[in-house]
Design a binder for this molecule. Structure first.
Ligand SMILES: Cc1ncc(COP(=O)(O)O)c(C=O)c1O
Length: 376
């Protein structure tokens, strides 16, 4: 192994980006201990288990053999179902959200083009630079105080167009719901889509939590997808074990996907089990029930903490995340009992996330700890 003076390898910390949190002790306390036993984690919707209906669907798909790599009847049915739900040109199953993002962007980018995205976008902060490394693109990150970008900030990035010294903006990436727990309205998405179409920009939508946005806005998945040329639809944060879909809206793009998906190592052999997970989520709109419940638990939590002195909600709670500012000593006290992430240590902001299986009792117990630690 290459060793340099003064440098030693460190094991990666397995948690989301922690703004300003660099000390070994704080990183360790949040990333290696995990949720205290018996208590619901408010750290991430990824901490939740698998929805029983999803597990059952996997079990039901198990008997017998099926052709591999998505050529089985179940995968064909499921992807056709997704096509119908989204009004899409074509749909494909992939393994994870980061893979869906890279694959989706790869369909939309020319080799000299960059991607305009929010500073807080997952592709910019939490994917180890995969779009840049694997696609050779440049991310043109713009400030977005609430996680959303607007035609105005997109327009500011276009001044270097035609200058061969500058990365040429080709794609706008939006996230719905955003990394800060906010949702674009349908009108906001349409404005972005109209601007991009008029400006020769393609739109990619990171829909790792698209279900939460659809539930929050009480709209269909197809309405959300209309703004995008390509998007992802997350199953994992919605109760699946590990299944995401790539939804291709614009015609003429889908024929490359099978090859690019394989090149990018997102083609799984036993795909019937991923299809089964989406079958379960699509059945009777389980995806919407799961997301609506997670959102409702976040609202309950936000409403509960508003009454507590010294705790401020910092972004509108429109999906399943609550960002709150509270005193550092209260954060420490709460973390002795509960698992959640500090989002920004400098600003003393934490992120509390709910999931399809967070109960009212979980929220109320957490709220009780917030009240006790506030007055201690
Ligand atoms: C908005 C968003 N996009 C993409 C991802 C990536 O998903 P995965 O961890 O499955 O690669 C995440 C994961 O947290 C996310 O929050």
């Amino acid at each position: 192994m290459l060793c340099m003076a003064g440098w030693s390898p460190r094991a990666p910390a397995r948690g989301p980006r922690l703004v300003g949190m660099t000390t070994e002790s704080t990183t360790q306390s949040m990333t290696t201990q995990g949720p205290p036993a018996q208590r619901k984690s408010f750290g991430s919707d990824n901490h939740a288990g698998v929805h029983p209906a999803v597990l059952q669907a996997i079990v039901d798909a198990n008997p017998g053999d099926a052709v591999a790599y998505g050529a089985d009847a179940r995968t064909e049915r499921t992807t056709a179902g997704l096509r119908e739900v989204f009004g899409a040109d074509d749909t494909f199953l992939v393994l994870n959200g980061s893979g869906a993002n890279v694959l989706g962007l790869s369909l939309l980018l020319r080799r000299h083009e960059g991607v305009i995205c929010a500073e807080s976008a997952h592709i910019n902060t939490d994917e180890c630079g995969s779009a840049e490394r694997l696609l050779g693109t440049k991310l043109l990150a713009v400030p977005s105080p609430d996680g959303k970008i607007t035609p105005e900030v997109i327009a500011e990035q276009l001044s270097g167009r035609g200058d061969d010294h500058r990365s040429q903006p080709g794609v706008v990436a939006v996230t719905q719901s955003t990394e800060l727990g906010t949702c674009y309205t349908l009108a906001e998405l349409r404005k972005i889509a109209d601007f991009c179409r008029a400006s020769d920009l393609r739109v990619f939508l990171d829909g790792a939590r698209l279900a939460n946005a659809a539930a929050s806005l009480d709209c269909s998945l197809a309405e959300l997808a209309e703004c995008a040329d390509v998007l992802s639809f997350g199953g994992t944060k919605n109760g699946a074990m590990g299944a995401e879909a790539l939804i291709v809206m614009r015609s003429g793009l889908a024929e490359d996907v099978p090859y690019l998906r394989k090149q990018q190592t997102q083609l799984t052999s036993k795909m019937r089990f991923m299809a089964a997970q989406f079958d379960a989520l699509l059945q009777d709109d389980l995806w919407r029930a799961n997301a609506a419940h997670a959102n409702a638990m976040a609202r309950r939590l936000a409403e509960g903490v508003t009454a507590v002195g010294g705790v401020d909600i910092v972004y509108p709670v429109q999906a399943n995340a609550v960002f709150a500012r509270l005193a550092p000593r209260q954060i420490t006290a709460l973390q002795e009992e509960w698992f959640f992430h500090v989002w920004d240590e400098r600003d003393s902001v934490v992120r509390w996330m709910t999931a399809f299986d967070t109960t009212e009792a979980d929220v109320d117990a957490f709220l009780s700890s917030v009240r006790i630690t506030a007055s201690a």
